[in-house]
Design a protein around this ligand. Structure first.
Ligand SMILES: N[C@@H](CCC(=O)N[C@@H](CS)C(=O)NCC(=O)O)C(=O)O
Length: 233
């Protein structure tokens, strides 16, 4: 389960850094400490208690080491996982991979109805993100409401504070984005995503009780400034 002592994060590797000894049997999660896609995998790794089994390798995306693209992951994105002499990418594939290939609590329930709903929710994540991003340039409150109403209804489906009732990979797929959108919408548009959405408010509060997640949260000021620069110029 979650580590009780906060993990000391390894140094961030940039274009001046040597690569780690690749394919030496060590399992490595190439990541970036501000990336919401990578955060999904980071939370999963922490929740399953794999801190000692999966080494974090933070990468400076603004000043990327060339060996990352050449020797590790030709897509040149994070996250990627080095495991069993191969490299795997794509955050949603990776959270499922971690769940099935490593020890620790199982993070997808077996019931068919929950499995099916998990797939529906995984499939909606891109639409969710795109809807919110495009709302920044349009009628924000109205457009963003559609995406957050979807989550509020999803949270009504099963008993329990999480998207499938009990905690699962689906929560870890959404929270990195919800967290960032919540900060930005509040700061710039004075739009509180939890107003009129009690289930969403509880979901966020419950996740914030979990160290595996809170230890991965980015600096709020960084998030707001990053989105301001990217979307407001
Ligand atoms: N679909 C990918 C998206 C990963 C992604 O876009 N990561 C960003 C950082 S948050 C990245 O590596 N960007 C570098 C680039 O696109 O060159 C996933 O889910 O893992």
């Amino acid at each position: 389960m979650a580590a009780t002592v906060k993990e000391v994060l390894p140094p961030i590797l940039d274009s001046t850094s040597q690569p780690p000894p690749l394919f030496d049997g060590t399992t490595r999660l190439y990541t970036n400490l501000q990336c919401p896609f990578a955060q999904r995998v980071w939370i999963t790794r922490n929740y399953k208690g794999l801190q000692d089994k999966i080494k974090l390798v933070p990468i400076d995306l603004a000043n990327r080491p060339t060996w990352y693209k050449e020797k590790v992951y030709p897509e040149n994105k994070v996250p990627s996982l080095e495991h069993d002499n191969k490299i795997i990418g794509e955050s949603l594939d990776l959270v499922k991979y971690l769940d099935t290939h490593f020890e620790g609590p199982t993070l997808l329930p077996h019931e068919t109805a929950k499995r099916e709903f998990a797939e529906e929710l995984f499939n909606y994540t891109d639409t969710f993100n795109k809807t919110v991003f495009s709302s920044f340039k349009g009628d924000t409150a109205k457009e963003v409401g559609v995406a957050f109403d979807y989550l509020e209804s999803a949270l009504e489906k099963f008993e329990g504070p999480f998207l499938l009732g009990e905690i699962s990979l689906v929560d870890f797929a959404y929270i990195p984005f919800v967290e960032r959108f919540q900060l930005f919408l509040q700061e710039v548009y004075k739009y509180d995503v939890t107003t009129g959405r009690p289930k969403l408010a509880t979901w966020i509060a419950e996740l914030n009780k979990i160290d595996a997640y809170t230890e991965t949260k980015p600096d709020p000021e960084y998030v707001v400034n990053f989105y301001k620069k990217r979307f407001l110029g």
